[in-house]
Design a protein. Structure first.
Length: 126
């Protein structure tokens, strides 16, 4: 069941504003996304997770919690994944809204250009 897109431009503009507010100012532009990625800024697993101590012959107690750094690393990884998924979904919604507006924008530009062309090609009045 697909939702019916809003018909009013004000509703679409409101949706765009809410998406922009959700993404914030740090959302990279699609044209500069590849340029902004610095390979050295991507953390390695060894940077996030501390090496485990040597395994002992005994087994850990059943109620003993996992190492906090491992939990933090998994939580951080999950948060980054969710953030990526949200940004991807927001980008798709934004593109759909833009695609909905393109025909209206093209029609308005054509109307204005034709009006301007008529003014420029009209013979001057004497």
């Amino acid at each position: 069941m697909t939702p019916k897109p809003p018909n009013k431009p004000a509703e679409l503009l409101s949706d765009l504003e809410s998406i922009r507010a959700l993404l914030g100012d740090d959302f990279p532009d699609a044209s500069t996304a590849g340029e902004a990625l610095d390979p050295d800024s991507i953390p390695l697993l060894s940077d996030i997770v501390e090496p485990a101590p040597p395994a002992s012959t005994g087994t850990p107690a059943d109620g003993e919690p996992r190492e906090p750094s491992v939990r933090t690393a998994f939580r951080s990884l999950a948060e980054r994944h969710i953030d990526h998924e949200l940004r991807t979904a927001a980008s798709l919604i934004l593109q759909e809204v833009i695609d909905d507006f393109v025909p209206q924008i093209e029609a308005e530009l054509k109307r204005r250009l034709e009006g301007r062309l008529d003014k420029l090609t009209r013979p001057p009045r004497s």
